[in-house]
Design a protein around this ligand. Structure first.
Ligand code: COA
Ligand code: ZN
Length: 315
């Protein structure tokens, strides 16, 4: 396999995860989770989103969360915005980087942000202007890049035209999002091999959901294509409130465990990450989908059964 020596993970659990929690997570606890994630060495955190509090009441405390977190020098603290109103709020709140959202399929974009793709791109042009003036880099996310829960297949040409518009608007990075876990590794490779040469200089991110247990295989496929940036959620939290059937992102500690096992660096302390995931389980009050938290790391050892002990001693 052609694998990178190092990858950069963006933790999105406090945004993609907390946005869909049934109960409002108190601001104190959101701040605690972000601070714990920072302390693991996490290089990038999508802390929250600046969206309509009517659309996503769970994240209505975005300003307060941004104001109260402790920033680790060198780490990037980003937030998601759908429009210029969100971008202005985010800039005011002092985010380091703006993440935008638009879908590659018309129906999901309407369901998610109540706009056609063309209307969204209009708004994102205004977002780009706000960010240019404030000197904030933009990473543009594209939902339903690999399939839409309403329309099914999303033609690659449709995805390409959205990418082209976002690149024109000055995005430094593009995050292809598999919103409801429809992508497979062959499709991820074909999509990236097609798009990456057409947009030189763009930083590509893969944003996966593990709805159909294909998130890590998809990440491996993307790494073979040269992608080194991945979104992930602590514990495997996550899901889009406006995409039926959406479930959690790839679980951060499972992904980091897999990468470290292959000798790929992340700069993240896995033990601290696992402790953070345990704390997030306590906070949401239910077991999360992550596997490592249940199984332990691959270097976990069990006591030898007495009978085996005796046989080995006798040999
Ligand atoms: N932050 C705060 N409030 C906002 C806002 C933002 N970024 N954007 C719009 N609003 C407010 C408007 O001021 C208006 O308030 P009012 O009713 O008090 O006058 C209200 O929201 C409606 O604004 P409008 O522009 O008509 O938006 P809408 O109702 O068509 O909703 C979005 C459009 C994009 C604002 C909304 O669908 C949204 O926030 N979606 C987020 C989806 C999301 O986070 N999905 C998951 C992540 S992918
Ligand atoms: Zn997502």
């Amino acid at each position: 396999m052609k694998l990178p020596r190092r990858v950069t993970i963006t933790e999105v659990g406090t945004r993609d995860g907390f946005q869909i929690e049934p109960d409002f997570i108190p601001t104190d606890l959101k701040v605690e989770v972000v601070n714990r994630l920072s302390a693991t060495g996490m290089p990038r955190i999508e802390v929250t989103s600046f969206v309509s509090p009517k659309a996503v009441p769970q994240l209505k405390d975005a300003e307060e969360v941004m104001a109260r977190i402790t920033r680790r020098p060198g780490a990037t603290y980003a937030a998601l915005v759908p429009n210029d109103k969100g971008a202005s709020r985010a800039v005011e709140a002092g985010v380091d980087e703006i993440h935008t959202v638009v879908s590659a399929s018309e129906s999901h974009n309407l369901a998610n942000v109540n706009m056609t793709i063309a209307e969204s791109l209009q708004k994102l042009s205004a977002v780009a202007e706000v960010c240019r003036r404030a000197g904030k880099p933009v990473v543009a996310g594209i939902s339903t890049s690999f399939g839409c829960p309403f329309e099914g297949e999303v033609p690659l040409q449709n995805l390409e035209s959205v990418v082209a518009r976002l690149v024109d608007l000055g995005a430094k990075g593009i995050a292809l999002a598999d919103t409801t876990g429809m992508a497979n590794p062959g499709q991820v490779a074909r999509t990236l091999e097609y798009l990456m040469p057409k947009f030189p200089g763009i930083e590509w991110t893969l944003h996966t959901h593990d709805t159909r247990a294909m998130a890590i295989p998809n990440i491996l496929a993307a790494m073979e294509c040269g992608v080194t940036r991945f979104d992930a959620s602590i514990g495997g939290l996550g899901g889009c409130p406006f995409a039926p059937g959406a479930s959690g992102n790839v679980c951060t500690e499972d992904l980091v465990h897999c990468l470290h096992a292959m000798g790929i660096e992340t700069g993240i302390n896995l033990d601290a990450l696992i402790d953070t995931s345990k704390r997030v389980q306590e906070i949401v009050g239910r077991p999360l989908p992550g596997q490592i938290i249940k199984a332990g790391k691959a270097d976990r050892r069990y006591p030898l059964p007495d009978s085996v002990h005796r046989r080995l001693a006798a040999e």
